[in-house]
Design a binder for this molecule. Structure first.
Ligand SMILES: [Zn+2]
Length: 283
């Protein structure tokens, strides 16, 4: 069954250049007409709602036991993953995939002369989150299971130079993180949406093309997921590749999704009853 494209179609045009970096120049394109590629319907387990890079974690949607990344590594032990930044202590752990994306970002910042990054926190297990919650209190920490840090997709990034709100590291990340799949998760002007105070240090990995779409539309993760649910499908053109992003509500133990017969796609839950399928169309 072919996906019927309904609702809002967005096309983000981003200039291409040699190499993996995205170009700064960013122009808005017209409506996407993603060429149809052969698709077929497959069944996936409803538990997929709780896995993936687009999970929303907030006070109503805690981390499901399936949600924690399976590729968590201790960065102090894996020094090969620690190039060009410091670690606050020997306990810092993170998803290996996220660490690799973070490394790409650190390399890019270095070419702009910004090079004093320190990772203050990454993945926290339940005991670590509990300890933090008990020592900091409910105003400054979230209870175990209710923090994005319990997924392994979030990082608290600091600067060895100054507080992040004033440091070149903070300013560089807030301008550029979206190009590498990261979002400033709790922006200053979105506290009413996120319910969390401005945190210039807290970055969340959502991956491409999602971080680009969110940046271009000035959407938080909450707003992006709501928009996907409403529109059912979006198209995005990022780094010369066209993506089709489709939302499926899940109510039964199994869900039917449309995926390419051949080709690349990713599946992520939203942690609140929906599954998002991102298909690489062409490019
Ligand atoms: Zn944080």
């Amino acid at each position: 069954m072919m996906i019927r494209l309904a609702g809002l179609m967005l096309l983000m045009m981003i200039g291409m250049e040699a190499g993996p970096q995205l170009k700064e120049a960013f122009s808005r394109g017209g409506v996407a007409h993603a060429a149809d590629i052969p698709m077929h319907e497959v069944q996936i387990d409803a538990d997929e709602v709780y896995r993936g890079e687009l999970l929303l974690i907030d006070n109503a949607h805690p981390v499901h036991e399936a949600g924690t990344r399976k590729d968590i590594v201790n960065l102090y032990i894996h020094q090969e993953l620690v190039n060009g930044y410091g670690l606050r202590d020997t306990t810092i752990s993170l998803s290996k995939l996220v660490t690799e994306r973070w490394q790409a970002m650190v390399r890019a910042a270095k070419t702009d002369g910004v090079r004093h990054f320190v990772v203050n926190s990454g993945y926290r297990n339940e005991a670590e989150q509990r300890q933090l919650y008990e020592s900091k209190g409910p105003d400054d920490a979230l209870p175990p299971g209710f923090s994005e840090h319990n997924l392994g997709l979030s990082m608290d990034i600091g600067s060895a130079k100054a507080e992040m709100s004033r440091a070149p590291e903070g300013s560089w990340l807030s301008k550029n993180a979206w190009k590498y799949g990261f979002i400033l998760r709790y922006p200053k002007d979105k506290t009413a949406v996120t319910g969390i105070q401005f945190e210039p240090w807290h970055f969340r990995y959502v991956g491409l093309p999602h971080s680009v779409i969110m940046h271009e539309n000035d959407w938080t993760l909450e707003e992006y997921l709501d928009e996907l649910k409403r529109a059912k499908s979006m198209a995005a053109h990022v780094e010369g590749t066209t993506y089709r992003i489709s939302y499926y509500p899940v109510s039964a133990p199994q869900a039917d999704i449309d995926v390419p017969v051949e080709g690349t796609y990713t599946v992520s839950g939203d942690n609140k009853g929906g599954i998002i399928v991102t298909v690489r169309m062409y490019g």
